[in-house]
Design a protein around this ligand. Structure first.
Ligand code: SF4
Length: 394
């Protein structure tokens, strides 16, 4: 007997579902940095930690029907400054997550911390709560640069935070910025050398960019010229390479076995639930891929949930995939495109050929990766796939 299969027009078909991660957003900071366009808000007095954690659970429970039977490969508690929450609140949060959604036995559990908000006992408490990876927002070891960035900490506090973190964690990321107001190449070199001297197994190095809706956007500081910033980037990549760090993503460098698994899951177009003010997520089903987003303002979030859940049109999936996967220095296995988008690679063949002709990507039978030129002109490379979407691909 013939089987009749009904299919929605334009539907995607996924044979396997990708790994599932969880992002938790804690939206408060001691003070808003003038360059920051994240959903972070200056705290006014004591934080409503208990209330917020309870709200996070409601948020998670509302998403559970989307992911029945699946396990979390990682949890990332970001912000904002999650280290403003007490270890007890983080403990309650992680216990509540485990009670609602199973974690893989070796799940990576990261927490972002800022110098000036943590000391040794707090780090120990986070460790005991189950956090196994700490990401520290150092940004610079130069007090003048830290002042120019409006950070609440100085270089001494940054070093103390790194020492205290190292006493409780062997998996530590250090966030560093370059291209800072008044920064010379020698100053950027000193910063990266000091980061290395701390012995952290993971470094994320970002160029400062001026984003809309920030203080720097309305009062822009004088930044180093574009060529100087490009030189700084090359220098940082060389120094980290010589020190044995693998450059695996545009801004990420890791010692062996220390890549950030949570972020890798984003870049490989994996699934993730997002809970907390302004958090968003992506969930795949055999015949569709959806995204969800929470209300941004912490006060509105605390008052009630108004989650938006929508299906991603199939025509948008190729660009979304490329936006993530082309950040990876080694690119992606060819089969991953179909596995994660549910669409055949043929839908982007014209763009792939154009990118290859322009020397922006390299491919063999197994992988597609950005070339050195493609990494340098990543926006131009991505523009090709966006143009394909605008033309109505899929
Ligand atoms: S500490 Fe981080 S999240 Fe908070 S305002 Fe500064 S840059 Fe933004």
């Amino acid at each position: 007997m013939n089987q009749i299969v009904l299919e929605r027009p334009g539907a995607v078909r996924l044979k396997v579902l990708p790994p599932l991660a969880l992002y938790v957003h804690i939206p408060w900071c001691v003070r808003k940095c003038p360059y920051c366009d994240f959903n972070s808000h200056q705290r006014g007095g004591a934080l409503p930690e208990r209330e917020y954690v309870e709200r996070l659970f409601l948020d998670l429970e509302s998403l559970l029907p989307l992911v029945w039977g699946r396990r979390l490969v990682s949890v990332f508690i970001g912000g904002g400054t999650p280290s403003l929450f007490s270890p007890e609140s983080i403990d309650a949060l992680l216990s509540g997550i485990r009670a609602r959604l199973p974690l893989e036995p070796q799940a990576e559990i990261s927490l972002e911390a800022n110098p000036g908000t943590v000391e040794a006992a707090r780090f120990r408490g986070f460790r005991e709560a189950g956090v196994n990876r700490i990401s520290i927002g150092v940004q610079s070891f130069d007090d003048r640069m830290l002042a120019a960035l409006g950070r609440i900490h100085g270089s001494e506090e940054a070093r103390r935070a790194l020492d205290a973190a190292a006493a409780s964690f062997d998996n530590v990321n250090l966030d560093l910025m370059y291209g800072l107001p008044g920064q010379s190449a020698a100053m950027a070199r000193k910063d990266i050398e000091q980061a290395l001297a701390c012995g952290v197994p993971h470094v994320s190095a970002y160029q400062l960019t001026i984003e809309p809706n920030t203080v720097f956007w309305s009062k822009p500081p004088r930044l180093p010229e574009h060529d100087l910033c490009a030189d700084m980037q090359i220098m940082i990549e060389e120094i980290l390479d010589q020190a044995g760090y693998e450059h695996y993503e545009t801004s990420a460098f890791a010692r062996a076995g220390r890549r950030c698994r949570h972020n890798l899951n984003y870049w490989e177009f994996g699934d993730y639930l997002g809970i907390g003010a302004g958090a968003h997520g992506k969930v795949s089903f055999p015949d569709r891929i959806t995204r969800h987003e929470q209300v941004k303002q912490p006060t509105a979030y605390l008052k009630g949930l108004s989650i938006e859940n929508t299906e991603i049109p199939a025509g948008e999936l190729p660009f979304e995939f490329m936006l993530n996967a082309l950040r990876l220095v080694q690119g992606f296995p060819i089969a991953l495109f179909q596995e994660r988008t549910g669409l055949p690679l043929a839908v982007i063949q014209p763009e792939l050929e154009k990118a290859e002709r322009q020397g922006l990507i390299e491919s063999d039978w197994q992988r597609i990766r950005p070339s050195a030129r493609g990494r340098l002109f990543l926006n131009e490379l991505l523009e090709l796939f966006l143009a394909g979407e605008r033309k109505g691909r899929g």
